[in-house]
Every structure is written in C-alpha cells, then in structure tokens.
Ligand binder design. Structure first.
Ligand code: APR
Length: 170
C-alpha cells in the first residue's frame, strides 16, 4: 500500500472512500464532519440517521467505523469514524490507532482501493498534531489491507509537516 500526503481539503478529494472525523452521534458537527455533510448533501445524514435507528442505537463507539454513501462528494463512500478526545490522564492512543485500522477494515469490506483520511482527533478533540501523525502512520503501516493508496489530506502546513516527518521516519 502506498501512503501519500496532500495539503488540501478532504471534501475536494477524488477517492473510493473519504474518512470522516465524526462524533458518536453520527449526526454531524463542525470541522471535517461539518464540511462533509455540507458538501456531501442530505443523503449522508439520512443514511446516518438510518444507522442510528438500526444497528447504532447508542451511537458509534470511539475507535469504530461505519460507511455510508458519499452523496455529492467525489467518492463512493464516506467512512465515519469517531476519534478519542485527547486526555492527559489516560493514554487513548490505541483508540486513535483503531480509527485508522477499523476504517481500513471497512474499506476492505467495501472493496475500496483508495482511502483519504483527515488528521483524526487533531481539531476539536485537541490531540497534539505530531503525536497524532505518528499514531496514524504507524497504524496504517502496520495494518494488512487490500487498500492500494492511503492518502492523508492535511488542512494546514503544520499538519502536513508533521505527517511528512513521520511518513519519512517510519
Ligand atoms: N479537510 C481536511 N482536514 C480538515 C478539514 C477539511 N475540510 N476541516 C478540518 N480539517 C482538519 C482540522 O484542521 C484538524 O486538523 O481535520 C482535523 C480534525 O479536526 P476536526 O474536524 O475538528 O475533528 P476532530 O478533532 O476529530 O473532532 C471531531 O469535531 O467536528 C466535530 O462532529 C465532529 O464532534 C466531532 C469532533
């Protein structure tokens, strides 16, 4: 699997699957979540609501992932995953790694070959960028998957530099 880095907007990417940094409600929010629903259109939220009414009555657990249509985005699916909120009291890094692993597992179930990720948990959930980049790259590198390209789509220079360092290091 190839890892690529892009400095840009996840919602402008062309890929089989775009990964959303969602929250457990699956009912939208700000950041990446807001952008995906805004640009993807109401079909995404409609499918999220159906998921909540069926298998995800209590919401999507942190570290888990589930796919919906990508609506009007340039992708076939959106894979929603819930990152952990950063904590200084407990080490939640396994949960952050799980977001990447579970998203790749769902991508394999779908037959997606190109998957674009944002820097999960590094916005509202306040995870330090450098540590999040290390966890993301290590998790992707250590996951068996049929996905051919994992593309990290970084919204700003700071994020891009952090991911570039770890892609180079690991
Ligand atoms: N494309 C790529 N990256 C983006 C975009 C975008 N359009 N918008 C924001 N980002 C970046 C942010 O700069 C940050 O580095 O994505 C990273 C993740 O930030 P958030 O979207 O805030 O996600 P997260 O930290 O995981 O918090 C999730 O925020 O939006 C709510 O509903 C969401 O409650 C959930 C929480």
């Amino acid at each position: 699997m190839k890892i690529t880095l892009v400095h840009g907007d996840l919602t402008e990417q062309h890929a089989d699957a775009l990964v959303n940094a969602a929250n457990s409600s699956l009912l939208g929010g700000g950041g990446v979540d807001g952008a995906i629903h805004r640009k993807g259109g109401p079909e995404i939220l409609a499918e999220c609501r159906r998921l909540r009414a069926s298998h995800y009555g209590r919401g999507l657990a942190t570290g888990h992932a589930v796919a919906t249509t990508a609506g009007r985005l340039h992708a076939r699916w959106v894979i929603h995953t819930v990152g952990p909120v950063h904590s200084t009291e407990e080490d939640r890094s396994p949960l952050l790694a799980s977001c990447y692993r579970e998203s790749l597992r769902v991508a394999d179930e779908l037959g997606a070959r190109t998957v674009a990720f944002p820097a999960i948990s590094t916005g509202v959930y306040r995870w330090p960028m450098d540590d999040a980049a290390r966890i993301a790259v290590e998790a992707v590198r250590s996951t068996q998957t049929a996905v051919e390209e994992v593309r990290f789509v970084l919204f700003d220079e700071r994020a891009y530099a952090a991911f570039a360092e770890w892609v180079g290091n690991l």
